[in-house]
Design a protein around this ligand. Structure first.
Ligand code: MSP
Length: 507
C-alpha cells in the first residue's frame, strides 16, 4: 500500500501578515511534503487561517470593518504570499469555510452525545491574547508570561470538556510511544505538565452576549465555540472529515508541525479530543523553536516581523529559505539577523556550492569544450553520495532540516576537496592522463547532479538551475531512481553562466 504522509502547519491568525515565524513553519512543511512526495508517498500538505475568536473580532473593530471583511482580506494575503514564495500547500483551510464549520459542529455534538461535556459556572482569569483562562501556574507576578498583561477576572456559565478524566490515558500514550511528540525535550515538557496536576478541564464555550464571532455550539445556540475548540478540528476538516470517506486514509499518516508556543493545545487538548471522539491519534507532533530578532521577541508592536516578500526581493527566496532551514537546530530557538543570512549565502551557497559548480563546468569547458565526457567516473564520491542520501533520509524522518542540509554539504565539501586533491589542472598537462581527467570531472559533475537531486525539496528554484547548467532535463521518477549514481549522459552540453549565487558584498 502507498505510504501516506499528511503534514500540517498551524493555521495562522489573520491579524498580522505572514512574517518570519509563519514563513518558517510553512517552508519547513513544504520541504517535508516535497521530500515525501519524491519518495513516492501519497502526500498532502495543509495550511490555512484561524479566523474566529476575540482577538480577530477586536482587530476587525479597530480596523473599522466587519470581522468577515477583515479576515477575507488577510487570509487572501497569506494565500498569495505562499504562492509568491513558491510554497505549495495542497489545501488552504479557513475556519470560516462552511465545510469546516459543519465538521466542528459534528465533532462537538459527538462529544456532547458521549457525555464528555458538562455545563458549569466558572470564575477565572482570562487572557485575551491567549484566548483562554490561565491557571495560577501560568502567571508571573499576576501577569500572563507570554503577553505580559494582567488577565481579567471573569465569571461565566460555560460548557466544559471533561478533559481531566483522560490525563492518565494520555500519559500512558506518550510514555509508550516515544515518536509521538518530538524532539524529546517537548515530550518531557508535556509529561511533566500532565504529571504536575496543574491542568484542568477545558472551557469550550463563549456566551454570545460577549462574543458573536465564532461557530455556534450545536447543542446551545446561546454560545459560540472557544477558538481553539474550533481551530484544532481544521486538521480533520481539511481532509474531508466527516463526510468524505477519504479523510481516514489521510489521517493514517498525519504529522503536525508547530512551534513551542502552542504545545499545550496540540499535545494535551487535541489528543484527548481525538480520543474522546473515538478517533485515532496523530502519528507525530513535531515542535520547532522560536525565532527572535536581536534577542527580542518578534512582534507586531515592535515592528520586527521580517516580511518574507522583502527578503525574497533582497536575496531571492531560495537563499532565504536555505538560511531558515539550515540555521536553527530542530527544537531549539534561533536569533534572526540579516548578517547571518548574508553569511550563509556567501559561505555555503556562493563559496561551497556555487563555486563547485563554476569551477567544475569551467574546467569542463577548458578541457572538453563543455561536453560531458564518456566516462564512468572514479567512483570515489559515489560512496559519500549514497551515505549522504541515507543520512538525509534519517534526518528528515526525524524532521531535522538543519541536520539534513548539514549532511548534504558534506557531499559538496567532499567534491571540493576531491578537486583540490586530484588537481585536474595538473592532469590536463599530461596527455596520457586524459582518461583520468575525464573520470575526475565526471565524478564532480555527477556529485553536482546528485546534490541538486537532494536539494530539490529544500531549494526548489535552485535545483532546476543546476540541472540546466549540467545540460540535462530535470530528472523524473522517484527519489531512489533519481539518486542512482552515473546517470549524467555522456555528450550532454553544459552551460557556463552567471554564478548560481552572487556573493553579497559586505563592508
Ligand atoms: N491560530 C493559532 C494556531 C491554531 S492551530 C490549530 C496560532 N496562530 S499564530 O498565528 O499565532 O501562529 C503560531 C505559529 O506560527 C507557531 O506555532 C509557529 O508555527 C509560527 N510562528 C509564529 N511566530 C514564530 C516565531 N517567532 N518563531 C517560530 N515560529 C513562529 O497560534
Amino acid at each position: 500500500m502507498t505510504e501516506q504522509f499528511y503534514i500540517t502547519t498551524p493555521i495562522y491568525y489573520p491579524n498580522a501578515s505572514p512574517h518570519i515565524g509563519s514563513t518558517y513553519t510553512t517552508s519547513y512543511a513544504d520541504t517535508l511534503s516535497r521530500y515525501h512526495r519524491l519518495k513516492g508517498a501519497d502526500t498532502y500538505f495543509l495550511t490555512g487561517t484561524d479566523e474566529h475568536g476575540e482577538k480577530i473580532a477586536e482587530a476587525a473593530e479597530k480596523a473599522g470593518v466587519t470581522p468577515q471583511a477583515f479576515v477575507d482580506q488577510i487570509s487572501n494575503r497569506f494565500r498569495s504570499t505562499w504562492d509568491e514564495l513558491g510554497l505549495k500547500p495542497n489545501g488552504f483551510i479557513r475556519t470560516t469555510d462552511p465545510d469546516h464549520q459543519h465538521a466542528v459542529q459534528h465533532f462537538w455534538q459527538l462529544l456532547y452525545d458521549k457525555g464528555e461535556i458538562e455545563f458549569r459556572g466558572y470564575t477565572g482569569r482570562y487572557c485575551v491574547g491567549c484566548e483562554r483562562y490561565l491557571t495560577e501556574r501560568e502567571l508571573e507576578n499576576g501577569k500572563c508570561v507570554q503577553h505580559l498583561t494582567e488577565p481579567e477576572a471573569r465569571t461565566e456559565e460555560n460548557y466544559f470538556f471533561k478533559m481531566s478524566q483522560h490525563f492518565d490515558w494520555l500519559i500512558q500514550e506518550i510514555e509508550s510511544n516515544p515518536e509521538l511528540i518530538t524532539p524529546e525535550r517537548y515530550r518531557n515538557e508535556v509529561l511533566s505538565m500532565l504529571r504536575s496536576g496543574g491542568l484542568e478541564d477545558l472551557c469550550i464555550s463563549r456566551p454570545k452576549s460577549r462574543l458573536e464571532w465564532g461557530i455556534p455550539l450545536p447543542f446551545d445556540d446561546g454560545y459560540v465555540l472557544y477558538v481553539w475548540a474550533d481551530a484544532l478540528i481544521n486538521y480533520l476538516s481539511g481532509v474531508g472529515y466527516p463526510d468524505q470517506a477519504s479523510w481516514e486514509t489521510r489521517w493514517n499518516g498525519v504529522h503536525h508541525l508547530i512551534a513551542k508556543d502552542i504545545l499545550k493545545p496540540h499535545a494535551v487538548f487535541w489528543p484527548i479530543m481525538l480520543h474522546a471522539a473515538g478517533l485515532p491519534l496523530y502519528k507525530g507532533l513535531h515542535v520547532h523553536g522560536y525565532w527572535s530578532m536581536d534577542n527580542q521577541k518578534i512582534s507586531k508592536s515592535l515592528g520586527n516581523l521580517v516580511d518574507p516578500l522583502v527578503m525574497k526581493e533582497k536575496y531571492g527566496f531560495d537563499p532565504f529559505r536555505y538560511y531558515l532551514l539550515r540555521e536553527m537546530p530542530f527544537g531549539l530557538d534561533g536569533d534572526f539577523s540579516e548578517e547571518a543570512v548574508v553569511r550563509r549565502i556567501n559561505d555555503d551557497l556562493a563559496n561551497d556550492l556555487g563555486n563547485l559548480l563554476n569551477r567544475t563546468i569551467g574546467m569542463l569547458h577548458k578541457y572538453f569544450d563543455g561536453i560531458v565526457p564518456d566516462s564512468a567516473g572514479e567512483h570515489v564520491l559515489s560512496e559519500t553520495a549514497s551515505r549522504v542520501a541515507e543520512e538525509v533520509d534519517v534526518q528528515l524522518q526525524a524532521f531535522s532540516t538543519q541536520r539534513a542540509l548539514t549532511v548534504i554539504w558534506e557531499l559538496v565539501s567532499a567534491a571540493n576537496k576531491y578537486i583540490d586533491t586530484r588537481a585536474p589542472w595538473k592532469l590536463a598537462k599530461d596527455e596520457s592522463q586524459r582518461d583520468s581527467l575525464a573520470a575526475v570531472l565526471y565524478e564532480c559533475l555527477e556529485a553536482l547532479r546528485v546534490t541538486a537531486v537532494l536539494l530539490e525539496s529544500f531549494l526548489p528554484e535552485t535545483s532546476p538551475r543546476i540541472f540546466e547548467r549540467l545540460g540535462i532535463e530535470p530528472p523524473t521518477g522517484l527519489l531512489g531512481e533519481r539518486l542512482r549514481w552515473g546517470q549524467l549522459p555522456a555528450g550532454a552540453t553544459t552551460l557556463k553562466g552567471e554564478p548560481l549565487f552572487p556573493r553579497i558584498e559586505t563592508d
